[in-house]
Design a protein around this ligand. Structure first.
Ligand SMILES: C[S@@+](CC[C@H](N)C(=O)[O-])C[C@H]1O[C@@H](n2cnc3c(N)ncnc32)[C@H](O)[C@@H]1O
Length: 241
């Protein structure tokens, strides 16, 4: 071996090492783009200065049946003390108190929304109502932004029809749910010829269509829930496949 060979060998070795150490697993394929299924539906929630108190009045009146039946609805989820539940699209926090009581002090309630003013309100409300197990989190219009395998259940009340990018949002929720994780959806009945004109215009999909979408996003229908006092809304439980 002459003296010129040594640097060559060193260079070859360094090149091989660099190649080896830089070799990272191929990036996962980028998710296929998704067009908004209902452009503009969340404009009022994303307004510059959201009048949160106005929405508290709208969402938390006893004449709104999902609010009047909130305890029955949360009971139907079947949460256990110590579990982690995400209230996706938590809005003003109408369900926070019963959810926090259901999982108890050892559990976690993620109160998730796309509207920064709602999220600030949710965080204040958790403190004011003495529920340190509630964590308010801002998410994106196409992702719930929760860590992988972080929740046992997700609850969506009057929210699914607000998802502009349901495939991506439900995909991110699928990732956040632990094995066997449950999703409970409560949403408006949408029956052409029966439902109010407002509902037919505002809500893009009826129950059967939503169930079909969830099946295609990796969730199995477990049961439809018959919740006392719900007449304008259907409810169903799904399980992460
Ligand atoms: C009609 S409100 C319902 C609020 C609450 N769940 C209730 O029943 O009182 C719909 C909520 O969903 C939120 N939202 C809309 N799209 C969302 C998304 N992609 N991810 C999370 N929240 C969303 C809105 O900002 C709004 O707070």
């Amino acid at each position: 071996m002459n003296s010129n060979t040594l640097p060559n060998l060193a260079a070859t070795f360094a090149a091989a090492l660099t190649q080896f150490s830089c070799a990272s697993p191929p990036a996962p394929p980028a998710p296929a783009p998704e067009e908004s299924v209902k452009p503009g539906i969340n404009e009022s929630f994303l307004a510059e200065e959201l009048d949160v108190e106005n929405f508290v009045e709208r969402f938390e009146g006893e004449s709104r049946e999902v609010f009047a039946q909130r305890q029955h609805i949360v009971d139907a989820i079947g949460l256990q003390p110590g579990q982690a539940v995400a209230d996706i699209g938590a809005g003003t926090g109408a369900f926070l108190d019963p959810l926090a009581r259901a999982v108890g002090a050892e559990g976690t309630v993620y109160a998730v929304d796309i509207a920064p003013d709602f999220v600030a309100h949710l965080a204040r409300r958790a403190v004011d109502e003495g529920h340190p197990q509630i964590e308010a989190r801002l998410c994106k219009e196409d992702s719930v932004e929760l860590p992988r395998d972080s929740i046992d259940a997700a609850f969506l009340c009057d929210v699914y029809h607000h998802f502009e990018f349901p495939r991506h949002t439900m995909g991110s929720l699928h990732d956040a749910l632990r094995a066997g994780g449950q999703v409970v959806i409560v949403d408006f009945e949408r029956i052409p010829g029966v439902s109010r004109e407002w509902t037919l215009g505002h809500v893009r999909a009826g129950k059967d269509e939503v169930i079909g979408e969830l099946e295609s996003f990796g969730f199995d229908l477990v049961e439809e829930l018959d919740i006392e006092g719900l007449e304008e809304n259907w409810a169903a439980r799904f399980e992460r496949r």
